[in-house]
Design a protein around this ligand. Structure first.
Ligand code: SF4
Ligand code: FES
Length: 216
């Protein structure tokens, strides 16, 4: 079977603006979008995109695939095109395009660092947590920092989406000295957080479900 891959290209050294280029590649029903991108790159070795693990672990292959932000290595071509035909791929929206499908992630990581995304152990905690707490933080702790939620969910308040996931994960962790202060800095109402929770559940490639959290 053949697939027409329409890829948004841009090389700051030679292009004033992004343009679309079509590659025709053979594909099989078990193949992912990353597999067909690698085939396109055999036709043009200059085609730029990030990828590393090919297993949904590193978070580096996030891009806009058929108008939805997803991981290329976790998306089967057949799930987005049916029997093939045509597939459009663009860089993650909301990020500056550096080259082809590679975007500037510096602002993403800078926003994350601002919320101190690690456990700040309080002086009166022994560092141990119960199995119940462990279960509560289990899914938000699987965030792979892919950037899909930042691209897909409009920012509501001073904290970006992936940073908000970290804040919620840490706010329900009894080891963390900042605790509920983290939710105050997020500046969201209970309704705003619930909306975010639902949007995230729909788009996060890791299926992260945020636990309930106390907001003061
Ligand atoms: S919460 Fe999900 S979508 Fe957002 S960065 Fe983490 S893994 Fe990616
Ligand atoms: S290549 Fe690592 S998540 Fe896709």
């Amino acid at each position: 079977m053949q697939l027409r891959l329409i890829i948004e290209r841009f090389d700051p050294q030679t292009n004033d603006a992004a343009y679309r280029q079509t590659f025709t590649v053979d594909w099989e029903r078990h193949e992912t979008v990353l597999d067909v991108l690698l085939k396109a790159r055999r036709q043009d070795p200059a085609l730029a995109f990030r990828r590393s693990c090919r297993s949904g672990i590193c978070g580096s292959c996030a891009m806009q695939i058929g108008n939805i932000s997803r991981l290329a290595c976790q998306t089967l071509v057949r799930d987005v095109t049916g029997d093939g035909g045509e597939l459009e791929i663009k860089p993650l929206p909301g990020f500056r395009q550096l080259k082809d499908l590679v975007v500037d992630l510096e602002p993403f990581f800078a926003a994350l660092k601002r919320v101190l995304p690690w456990v700040i152990t309080g002086p009166h905690h022994d560092g141990l947590i119960s199995p119940e707490v462990s279960a509560r933080i289990e899914t938000p702790a699987t965030c792979i920092l892919c950037g899909v939620c930042d691209a897909a969910i409009p920012q509501n308040g001073p904290v970006t989406s992936a940073a908000l996931v970290k804040n919620v994960r840490l706010a329900v962790d009894p080891r963390d000295a900042l605790g509920s202060e983290r939710m105050k800095s997020a500046g969201l109402t209970g309704e705003g957080l619930q909306t975010f929770r639902e949007l995230l559940a729909n788009i996060c490639p890791k299926g992260i479900k945020l636990p309930p959290v106390v907001q003061e």
